[in-house]
Design a protein around this ligand. Structure first.
Ligand code: ACO
Length: 378
């Protein structure tokens, strides 16, 4: 029998120059640069340039990229109409997936995948999320602002008000930290779709579907549910003990690749300290401390640490995003990585088509439909 790498753990299926995770040492680099340096010193647009074009931009290149992104923010009417036709109670990730699909139908990402396609998709994503959020609140979508950066425009599209410098910077840092992350499930999905020579819009639609699951990008709202349910630091020990005794997973902890602290969690923790209410931050820190202690005691060989989702929840809550927009906001960021990976995949493409080990029956005798019965005799 063939050796099966369940979950493809440890299987290398492509090379990439986009990001590298050193899971043992808890390090992440984007095209050579340490994530902490980029989070502190670069903007989301600079990082998008790095991922799409392979180097950090100079001032002229950055101005050009920003102008192009701003020019692609307005959604085609057909996309807004599609979002308008959806139930107000729809799950936002379903709307984002549908919105990007409608964008593909309205705009057509035909021809070879390009940086321009990547920019259209990245620029449109905040417009899709915000249009739905406003429509479900009985408000009309507002026109995008070309004088604001990507993060600032996203917050503006949601609220209709120019956000503070502090909120814009906090969201910008979050977007930078989560823009790419090796061959995670959604990025792999995007590369599989790209490898069939489908278009970039389809690759992003598939990736959104993969990101939605709680084992990938769907965890941050669940982190907030957990913190709210715990309520105050004094309740944390009993709550966490009971959850682990029931065999539940603690949201925001553990990672397939990191066997040390996720470096993004470190940056997000200090960002959360500045953006969230003090009591909320104290609760998060207490829960993190206890959860790590308990996970290490109960699963000493598993090396479970805080992942990116734990403090993402606090940061996104702190900048005023509603809980159910946390995962869509992750998509607003990660679309940069997905599209960069599509471009990279197509530079040296080979159809991604793994094999499976057949474990079903063989040699069954075919019975025609009229003589077939799967019910047990009475
Ligand atoms: N809480 C409790 N136990 C955990 C947790 C957790 N958060 N994470 C892993 N474990 C335990 C598992 O129960 C398992 O124990 P066992 O072997 O004794 O049964 C062991 O650690 C290994 O778990 P796996 O699921 O095999 O590890 P995997 O690499 O597949 O898991 C994952 C990674 C899915 C992220 C997991 O840690 C998890 O479910 N975490 C909670 C959900 C979460 O935070 N998701 C966001 C991930 S970050 C991102 O995708 C952006």
């Amino acid at each position: 029998m063939a050796q099966i790498a369940k979950g493809l753990e440890g299987v290398v299926v492509s090379d990439t120059a986009l990001s590298h995770i050193d899971g043992e040492r808890g390090r992440l680099i984007y095209s050579g640069y340490d994530i902490a340096d980029l989070a502190h010193g670069a903007t989301f647009e600079e990082v998008a340039h790095l991922l799409w074009l392979g180097h950090l931009p100079d001032e002229a290149e950055l101005a050009e990229l920003k102008a192009k992104l701003a020019g692609f923010r307005e959604l085609p009417a057909a996309v807004v109409d599609t979002i308008r036709a959806l139930p107000k109670t729809a799950e936002p990730m379903d709307v984002v997936r549908t919105g990007v699909s409608a964008l593909g139908a309205a705009q057509r990402f035909s021809g070879p995948a390009s940086v321009e396609h990547a920019m259209v998709l990245t620029a449109s994503m905040p417009s899709i999320v915000a249009a739905f959020d406003r429509l479900r609140r009985g408000l009309e979508p507002v026109a995008p602002r070309s004088d604001l950066n990507h993060a600032g425009n996203y917050l503006y599209l949601l609220s209709g008000e120019v956000p503070s410098e502090q909120r814009t910077r906090a969201l910008d840092t979050y977007l930078t930290l989560t823009a790419d992350h090796g061959l995670n499930a959604s990025t792999f999905t995007a590369r599989v779709i790209a490898s069939t020579l489908s278009d970039m819009g389809s690759a992003v639609v598939g990736a959104i579907g993969a990101l939605k699951g709680p084992l990938h990008g769907g965890a941050p709202a669940l982190v907030l549910d957990m913190l709210r349910s715990i309520g105050k630091p004094e309740n944390a020990e009993a709550w966490l003990t009971a959850a682990l005794d029931r065999g539940e997973r603690l949201m925001g902890f553990g990672h397939r690749v990191y066997k040390a602290e996720d470096p993004r969690a470190r940056v997000l923790r200090s960002l959360a300290e500045r953006t969230s209410e003090i009591d909320f931050f104290k609760l998060a820190v207490r829960v993190e401390d206890l959860a790590l202690k308990m996970l290490h005691e109960r699963k000493p060989d598993r090396k479970l640490y805080t992942n990116v989702e734990f403090y993402s929840a606090a940061v996104m809550h702190g900048v005023g995003l509603p809980d159910d927009l946390f995962t869509p906001t992750f998509a607003v960021s990660r679309v940069t990585g997905w599209t960069a990976h599509v471009i990279e995949q197509l530079k040296d493409n080979r159809l991604i088509r793994p094999a499976s080990e057949y474990v079903g029956p063989v040699g069954l005798t075919f019975v025609p439909l009229e003589r077939r019965s799967t019910r047990a005799p009475a």
